[in-house]
Design a protein around this ligand. Structure first.
Ligand SMILES: Cc1cc2nc3c(=O)[nH]c(=O)nc-3n(C[C@H](O)[C@H](O)[C@H](O)COP(=O)(O)OP(=O)(O)OC[C@H]3O[C@@H](n4cnc5c(N)ncnc54)[C@H](O)[C@@H]3O)c2cc1C
Length: 443
């Protein structure tokens, strides 16, 4: 292993995972501590660019061009006074206080960076989550998850290719040829189903006139629970269900998937849904390499168990934030949910607490504030429920206000990364270029 460089005397903060939580944290710690030389901040990520994960279903559907939203880690780190090191974390040596990174390779298989170790004084784990297929046969081989940029882009390319194939073939479109089945009607699956419904029709309208949108295109959303969006209030779930049905998305609830095959999805009741493309969006778990890593306490789904100050239960020098952290707050019987709003709040919290830890001051506990749930059905609608707005009750919202609220979470993330002025300029530039660019990506 080649030890990574460090600067003598400076407190070394290493953040592993540059996603919703980790990139915000590294940016703000870099600006606050790195700039003044109070600490040496390093961000490790296996990817070279960051894309905010809740945008991935739009990338998959083709309504968002990844190039317009990706943040280049190396450049961003330079601007915000922290170091970026590419590499996939594969191990942790708590005695030596080092993180082990695997070697990275280019598309031709040539080594780009060697296997190495990165030393830390304070470590923050922010490696997010991956899809949980619960061991269902065929998922790994035949279904696509939306965990990474590469997966979302691959899904989109397969979708466009399927449309082009159907348009140019000599015979008629066969059953299932242009069907997409989305498994899991949580927010990700539900939003993807609505977005796909719209973009598929748009692609057809660009000249693929041998495809009949009403006859040939089909989106099916499959959910094992007795309603879609099981984690949100009933009214919200019912509104979304009515909207999906109205636009023609087939919704199957109480439907348990037993196998995903090359040509479709088998259900426990014996039914079979022919499908060209299958998306698996039914549940998450923390990355498998976290299981018992370095002797830390982890859950059955590999999350790192943390105290109210987000420190791991067996090592106060190691914090965990975002989807990979397991925190049950005092007075609550459910853990903080794996959501972008939790990742954002935890990153904002640690920006203040890590300097306190370095200075030897006591840390105050983290308090999660649930602002409610918002579901975007693309251009069809956005609906949601805001928590505690009227005398502690939920308030149902829909339409433009809900859409603005939905977008504001991403704006908050951008603001944390780039500041208010750059975020506003970026929004303006995007509004202008939207007039000249295709609305759906066709390649
Ligand atoms: C399609 C989709 C839609 C969503 N929509 C919403 C929504 O509307 N609202 C909401 O609140 N939440 C939503 N979520 C959930 C939200 O995206 C996550 O809760 C949030 O991104 C978690 O942030 P995080 O920082 O913990 O992890 P992530 O943002 O996933 O970042 C993890 C980072 O760690 C890196 N990494 C992983 N493993 C390693 C390793 N071994 N070594 C180095 N780096 C590693 C990854 O490359 C990544 O950059 C959605 C998720 C998806 C997939």
């Amino acid at each position: 292993m080649v030890p990574a460089e460090s600067q003598a005397g400076q407190h070394r903060i290493v953040v592993v995972g540059g996603g919703a939580a980790g990139l915000q944290l590294a940016t703000q710690l870099g600006d606050a501590l790195g700039r003044k030389g109070r600490a040496h901040v390093t961000l490790v990520d296996r990817a070279r660019t960051h894309i905010w994960k809740p945008l991935l279903h739009e990338v998959a559907a083709g309504s968002l061009d990844i190039g317009h939203h990706a943040v280049d880690y190396l450049h961003h780190a330079h601007e915000h006074h922290f170091r970026y090191r590419i590499g996939e974390m594969i191990g942790l040596d708590r005695a030596a206080r080092t993180v082990q990174l695997a070697a990275s390779h280019d598309a031709e298989g040539r080594e780009v960076t060697p296997e190495r170790s990165v030393p830390y004084d304070t470590l923050v784990m922010a490696v997010g989550s991956t899809t949980n297929d619960f061991g269902t046969p065929g998922v790994a081989e035949h279904a696509i998850a939306l965990d990474t940029q590469a997966q979302a882009v691959r899904f989109h390319q397969r979708l466009v290719n399927a449309m082009l194939r159907a348009h140019t073939q000599t015979g008629p479109v066969r059953p299932g040829q242009l069907h997409v089945t989305v498994i899991g009607a949580g927010a990700t699956g539900t939003e993807l189903a609505a977005e796909l419904h719209r973009t598929l029709r748009h692609v057809v309208s660009t000249g693929l006139d041998r495809i009949d949108p009403d006859k040939d295109l089909k989106i099916t959303l499959v959910e094992a629970a007795d309603r879609i969006l099981p984690a949100v209030p009933h009214r919200l779930s019912a509104e979304v269900m009515a909207l999906l049905t109205k636009i023609g998305v087939e919704v199957r609830v109480r439907a348990r998937v037993t196998e995903v095959r090359a040509d479709g999805v088998a259900l426990a009741d014996g039914a079979f849904i022919p499908s060209e493309l299958v998306v698996w969006a039914a549940g998450v778990k923390a990355p498998p390499f976290l299981k018992d890593i370095g002797g830390l306490e982890t859950t059955r789904t590999n999350q790192l168990v943390v105290t109210p100050t987000l420190q791991t239960t067996r090592d106060p020098d190691i914090f965990a934030v975002g989807d990979c952290a397991y925190l049950v707050e005092a007075g609550s019987d459910t853990p903080v949910p794996p959501r972008a709003q939790a990742a954002h709040q935890q990153a904002s919290y640690l920006v203040k607490q890590i300097p306190a830890k370095i200075d030897g001051r006591p840390l105050i506990p983290f308090k999660y504030r649930d602002f409610g749930s918002l579901v975007s059905l693309g251009e069809y609608s956005t609906v949601g429920s805001l928590m505690g707005f009227i005398q502690g009750k939920n308030m149902f919202i829909a339409g433009l206000f809900a859409r603005l609220m939905y977008r504001s979470l991403y704006k908050m993330h951008q603001q944390a990364l780039h500041g208010t002025v750059k975020t506003a300029l970026d929004a303006l530039a995007r509004a202008l270029t939207r007039r000249t660019e295709p609305r759906i990506k066709l390649h």
